[in-house]
Design a protein around this ligand. Sequence first.
Ligand SMILES: [Fe+2]
Ligand SMILES: [Fe+2]
Length: 627
Amino acid sequence: MNPRARLLLAMAPFAFCVGWMGGEAPLKTDWTWSFEAGYEAQGFSTNPITPSLQLGSSPVFAPPENGGGLVMNGDLEVLIVAERAADVIDLLPREALTASAWVAIERPQRWGGILSCIQDNGEYEKGFVLGYDDQVFTFGLSTTGTDDGDGRMSYFRGQTAYQPGAWHHVAASFDGKTTRIYVDGKLDFESTLQNGEVLYDLDAPVVIGAYRDKDENYPLDGRLREVRLESRAMSASQVEKEARSRPTLSASEPWTDMEFGYLVEPYLTWPRLDGVSILFESTFPSEGSVGLWRDDSTHGVEIEYEDEAVSGLHEFFIEDLEPNQKYFYQTKIIGLEGEAIESEVLSFRTAATADRAYTFAVIGDTQTNGEVAKRVSDLAYMHRPNFIVHAGDLVDTGSVKRDWTDTFFPSMQPLLGRVPIIPVLGNHEQDAKLYYDYMSLPDPERWYSAVYGNAEFFMIDGNRSLAQQSDQLKWLEGALKKSTATWRFAVLHQPPYTSDSNDYGDTLKETSTRGDMNVRNIVALLEQYGVDVCFSGHVHDYERTFPIRAGKVTPYEEGGVIYVTAAGGGGSLEDFDPTNTWFGHKKSRYHHFVYVAIHGTQLEFQAIDEEGRLFDVLTLNKRGSKR
Ligand SMILES: [Fe+2]
Ligand SMILES: [Fe+2]
């Protein structure tokens, strides 16, 4: 037993037992942070470092029967070990390390941190981070062996999915040559990509319960029982013993401090003459119901819709209603223990028949910027449009549930509770299952057409092939051919024509294709079947082209199609080609939405920025119709 281990015995007998009980040499545990009923830090250093809870918040511990643990809610500040790695640099592992923890992840997220000392800013990548993503545990590491001058980090992912709310033991080890991730005592990942010594950034903070560097902070939403950082690579058997050492913890039921309620408030998709789709989600499995009644008391109908399945997400396909009619509705969720929560009384209008006047708003690329998206959607709602068209990139990462539940849906309320949406897939949706779960749309959902009033919308998946003979192009041709609508709109995420600066070639230095070449394949069909306007997103700015036909600017009356990029819903703004393009008409670099009002053969079009300022207008008299 070396003197250091003896000191550990006095301070943290448990940590000592891990190595000793198995007959192996005791571990040189450098730091152990325990979060029992109160948290405490233990260390070898003559200057032990105690993490301090920021914001003066009083720590909350989970019930003992669920294994206790310090509750971190994602919004709490992290536990700081050192503001700067420089303050503890002699104590940080270099040649080898093991970072391990007993942790429960309550809500998955894309970048989650458990213990980190990292600076990752573009090409500059140094340090390490034990963390998790929306499915598995992860370990990021930058070493001298792969250093390209400013560090090169590898983000390793384990393979075993963690169970949200349940305790797991996770360990990441590095012995100078091999990096390993262990989950619940079993080897989950191995790589020799990183080698040499750990490369640190002296200004990076050392934190527990977050992935945090100078630019980013992703705090843990979950629980911590213990976090350790050691200056050697634990062996597989040592990790296994550690993971087995707390059987009651491993066996305890998952726990959450989330309360029963609406995870996603009621929202509407796909307006139809005889109904709409109403969706909402509860935090836990529930029975759902929708009560619905007409606002016209002389013809009042009250209908109660019941859900068959018990799950969190409820989707009601409402039908048998009258067109052009306002309805009230109210949703209810009933939890497994009988607790019931009603929504406020909401309302919607069924789709307009072809003889009616109507309006809609086009929003694109709401993405990750909830604040801007909320401003834009609130302004759109102020206009009380009949429905919303979304040009894709609703969220930043389609597979990350929190992007939907915490960013997209909250930022689109109160709009979507009253005004139904018809969206298309952006690249950021990643074709993820969550998109299809959250959207109720005509089959096959990834592409579809929707009729509203005297207009038909051809909703296209620009991420999928539109080449000649592709399924989607064949569908589009068939749908256009049989359309009888006065107004025809194509909607797809990637723009067939754009004056953007660098998405399709760096216009500062080289040539550009001036648009996405896959979606350019639809142009001939749009021209052939008299489409009026094609709406896109993707390039985060606003553009309205001159009408285009056969690769030339052509008057709208002579069949030119107008291309509108309306990608100003929140994503960081992009810029334009420094020189005008042959089709470039109106361009603006504002967050914005587009507002369209149609009555018969007359169309009014406005573009409105996030402050409510009108910056583009257009009126169209449907080509071929009499004035
Ligand atoms: Fe985007
Ligand atoms: Fe995009």
